[in-house]
Structure formats: C-alpha cells, structure tokens
Design a protein around this ligand. Sequence first.
Ligand code: UDP
Length: 322
Amino acid sequence: MKILVTGGAGYIGSHVVKALGEKGATVLVYDDLSKGHRDAVLYGELVVGDLADQALLARTLRAFKPDAVMHFAAFIAVGESVREPVKYYCNNTANTLNLLRGMLENGINKFIFSSTAAVYGSPGKALITETEPLKPINPYGHSKVFVEKALEDMSASQGLRYVSLRYFNAAGADPEARIGERHQPETHLIPLALKTAKGERKSLEIYGADYPTPDGTCLRDYIHVDDLAEAHLISLDHLSGRGKSEVFNCGYGHGYSVREVIDTARKVTGKDFTVENIQRRPGDSPVLVADSSRLKKALNWNPKYDDLEYIIKTAWEWEKKQ
Ligand code: UDP
C-alpha cells in the first residue's frame, strides 16, 4: 500500500505516518516544512514542497502513484484565521482543490481529509452528531466546510471516494516521546499549560471565564493523537475495501473545561503555575464535544487512551524533551 501524506511532518500527520509505517505501508510525505519538522517523519521519504506548487505536486503524484492520499497540510489556529482569513482560504481550501485535481488527473480516487469540529460552529448541544448543520463561526471552520462540499460533489460525479474525519481536540504525544506537538508559535491549551509549568512562560491565559458552562470556561473533547491516528488507518481500510464516502466525528464524547485541563496539567507536572483570566478569544465556541458513535459502529473504532491524565502525561514527557 502506497500512501501520500501531505503535512506528514506536522503534529497529527506525523503520528499517522508512524502508525502507517508500523503497519508496513510505503509512505511519501509531502510537506513544505513551514510548520512541520523533518525529524518528525519516522517512516518513509519526505518531499519538501508546497501544495500551491502544482508542477511539483503533479510530478510527485505521477512518480509515486499512491493508492490513497491523506491530507493533513493546513493552517489550524482559530484566532489567526479570524485575523488573516485569506491565508486560510488559500492554503486550506484552494490548495486542497489543487491536490484533488491532481489526484483525479492521475487516477487516484481515495482520499482521507482532516476536517474539524469547527465546521459545526456553536451548536449548543451536549453531544454533536455528524448530521448537525454546518455553521462555522470562524474562517478556519469555513475553509474546511468548502472542502467538505467539494468532496461530496466529487464523490457524487467524479468517482472520488473519501473519508472526512472531523477532529475534535487532538492532544497528547507518542508514548515513547519521539514525536509530539511542536507548533511555532504555540496556540493550543495543553502545550501552553505545559510550557508554563516548565517555566518557559510566566503565566497561562484563560480566554474567557464567563461562558455558559459549569465553571465559565470552554468545554472541549480532547482525543489522544494515537487514537486519532488509528481512525485514519481504519478509514484507509474502509476505502481500500471499496467502502463508500463517509464523514466521521473523532472524539471521546466528554468535554473538559479549560480549568479542568489546567488542574490536570498541574497534577501531572507537580507544578502550580500561574493562570490569568483574560477576555474571550474571537471565534471560540463554548462547547464542542463529539458523538462518535458513527465511527465506532461503522468502522469498529476502539479508542484506547480516553483518559485526560494519560493524554497530558504523554504530552508532558514530550514537552520535557524540548
Ligand atoms: N485556551 C485558553 N488559553 C490558551 C489556549 C487556549 O484558554 O492559552 C482555550 C481556548 O479558548 C479553547 C480551549 O482552550 O476554549 C482549546 O483551545 P485550543 O486552541 O487548544 O484548541 P481549539 O479548540 O481552538 O482547536
């Protein structure tokens, strides 16, 4: 099995590359290293390239002839997407369309897409199912909805078969701490909490403590990145077995507040770091928690690391090495 993995040097992509490599797949990573890291690619070859470079992309697809493409390369910061929307539409939407066109031109019809809980916006439900209307509240979410629509249309008439995985909050790291979350700049809660625990930052800011949630801070569904990686592998098996196009939520079905994450980070690290309440971050939804029963039923997804303390422990082991 030959798999092209765009963004395979990034956080989630590199964990999927690890899982593919461990299963014996032949992996080619296509990554411009604008966010990714060469040393995060544990298996396969790396082509350093931009998805906007259509000539390089076409040459790569023609030469490698992948059986399927997994597409991680994208920008992911909600706050930045509000400030610089065009950056998100160009990279996340337009470049994905370049990739899809290149695939069709080369007869490649299996695609696994990194979508996001941000497609739902702020539905105000305790648990979100895939049938919830897509009403993003930030450009990041919109940039992914446009792709999901294109996938639906291409699947209906152009022979594409895809699985779109709507990630809730990917977190944690490889249990052996070989790879983990390393964004520059870091914007995500768990790595920022751990950097504060390490003394790299003076304090951790809570973006809003006046949300309509039990403790006033936002609730998110934190899913260990290796469970997320497994969702990709079973999606690949599904498409390889001639399965039809599907959309799946990826989360555990329970939300933790920002304060609960901070308390767990304090417990895991043994450090009582400083926290400050500041104003809300534009584009944030108060509650995003997945109903993932569709993925469990359809593909027998069996997550193994549904434990916030374990997730933060793996992230901490990784963070200590940085
Ligand atoms: N958050 C926070 N302080 C930070 C970073 C994040 O309070 O320094 C909050 C953020 O507002 C959201 C939650 O933590 O409610 C998770 O944010 P993150 O950026 O990690 O992931 P997102 O949900 O935006 O994908």
